[in-house]
Design a protein around this ligand. Structure first.
Ligand code: PFF
Length: 447
């Protein structure tokens, strides 16, 4: 018996699910600290260029590959180019997803822990940096929260695309947006917020190096869930009648708006409260509680914020796990729930070294990075851009942009999207990625 592939019931459901995948820790936690450590506005500008010129065409491409083949990333490339090595792009994507979810879930676990910390109240006399460091350097709590987060993710995935993913993102995504707006308003009205706004908005091009470009494309790929087949997998559940460019536009637009707003929630507050914007991965966890302490009913906001951060992480994590689960279900004939449980356990184990890197394995470092940052670097700055570049080459030259465009299903395709898309996907996407990766990685490795 052939089982029908599930489909999103409406375009909106797809947009919310794909935006749910895109909007996550990457927009709030990662975007803010990467912006902070890469000099602020100049980084943001390069990041925005990468989103428009590289991210948007690739989101359209991945969705189209998924919809055309109705398969997981490995199966999709195999179906489009049988008996050729192109399926390796899919395999690299599934592996990147595995690495990302293992560290992502550790950070998501920090957010879960902070939901409970906020309940006991944030007060202005607290040592916010000390609380954060105390939490991540403890041995068991981060591992337990990591396990709980993976458990939640696999529970949703086991319920399927419509009853699990679609049902939850419809509630969770709008709530996230509202809370974020409230936080922005509070942050920009704090006394002393102006220098934070200027750090965030006035570019200092003198600070730009090859590392800034590498970090900007890494961030663009990470935040749009690109280069690892998440959009291929979600596209495979998209109805044939839905226009890809419009849907992709919504996903990219929503993701970018959330990231930019998160910057407005964080940087004005960082400066107003005298923190260092280049503090690194702890930025959101240290500064935001300090903002909440300044708010009337701050603990309530803190509670809501960390709840929603965890939720945003959850809607991204389900897309990460879905890629791997879809592969086991489509290609290996596993049931959804056994695939989810098996992979959940594997990812849980793979994540443990990341948190031990802050205590028992604290002496291990790679190019000056701890274990969690190393996982992130390998996945986001190497595997994702490489996967994206190969996908663009595949779509532009093997599948051909004309056929890709046909799959996108829009009457304007041939005139507008077609012309631009062909140019972008063949030249503008792959060439800068190759140059930035070669120069950026060479300098990173040679110091
Ligand atoms: N886009 C997610 C975020 O910004 O948090 C992270 C992510 C999800 C990356 C899914 C890759 C992916 F396939």
């Amino acid at each position: 018996m052939v089982k029908m592939r599930e489909q999103w019931t409406t375009s909106l459901a797809f947009i919310l699910a794909a935006a749910g995948s895109a909007v996550g820790l990457g927009n709030i936690w990662r975007f803010s600290y990467v912006t902070g450590t890469n000099g602020g506005a100049a980084f943001v500008l390069i990041y925005l260029l990468a989103i428009i010129l590289i991210g948007y065409p690739l989101v359209m491409t991945e969705i189209s590959i998924g919809r055309k083949t109705q398969k997981n990333p490995i199966g999709a490339f195999w179906a489009m180019a049988p008996n050729t090595p192109w399926w390796l792009i899919g395999a690299m994507g599934v592996s990147a997803g595995f690495v990302i979810l293992s560290f992502y879930s550790i950070v998501a676990g920090w957010s879960l822990a902070y939901i409970f910390k906020s309940l006991s109240g944030f007060t202005s006399d607290m040592d916010f940096a000390g609380t954060f460091v105390g939490h991540i350097t403890s041995v068991w709590p981060p591992i337990i929260w990591h396990a709980i987060f993976i458990g939640l993710t696999l529970a949703i995935i086991s319920s399927g695309v419509v009853n699990g993913i679609q049902r939850w993102v419809k509630i969770l995504m709008p709530s996230l947006f509202i809370i974020l707006l409230i936080l922005v308003l509070r942050s920009i009205t704090l006394e002393g917020s102006a220098s934070g706004i200027s750090f965030y908005l006035s570019p200092r091009f003198g600070d730009v190096t090859s590392q800034t470009f590498l970090a900007a494309i890494g961030q663009a790929f990470f935040t749009l869930s690109l280069g690892m087949g998440a959009m291929i997998t979600y596209g495979s559940y998209l109805k044939k009648s839905d226009p890809v460019p419009t849907n992709a536009g919504w996903v990219v637009g929503l993701d970018t708006v959330v990231a930019i707003l998160a910057g407005f929630a964080i940087f004005p507050a960082v400066f107003a409260l005298g923190f260092d914007p280049a503090a690194g991965p702890g930025l959101a966890f240290i500064t935001l509680p300090a903002v909440f302490a300044e708010l009337p009913a701050g603990s309530l906001f803190g509670f809501l914020f960390f709840l929603l951060l965890a939720v945003a992480a959850l809607t991204s994590a389900i897309s990460l796990l879905e890629v791997i689960v879809a592969w086991l279900v489509d290609e290996k004939g596993w049931s959804r729930s056994s695939a989810a449980v098996f992979m959940g356990i594997a990812i849980f184990l793979m994540g443990i070294p990341c948190t031990l890197g802050y205590n028992l394995l604290g002496n291990i470092s790679f190019l000056g990075m701890d274990i969690l940052d190393t996982y992130d670097f390998v996945a986001s700055d190497i595997l994702l851009p490489l996967g994206g570049m190969m996908t663009a080459i595949f779509a532009g030259y093997v599948w051909t942009s004309r056929k890709a465009c046909k799959e996108m299903n829009t009457p304007e395709c041939v005139i507008f999207v077609g012309t631009w898309y062909g140019f972008l996907i063949r030249y503008v996407v792959p060439v800068p990625i190759a140059v930035i990766m070669i120069v950026g990685l060479y300098q990173k490795f040679t110091g």
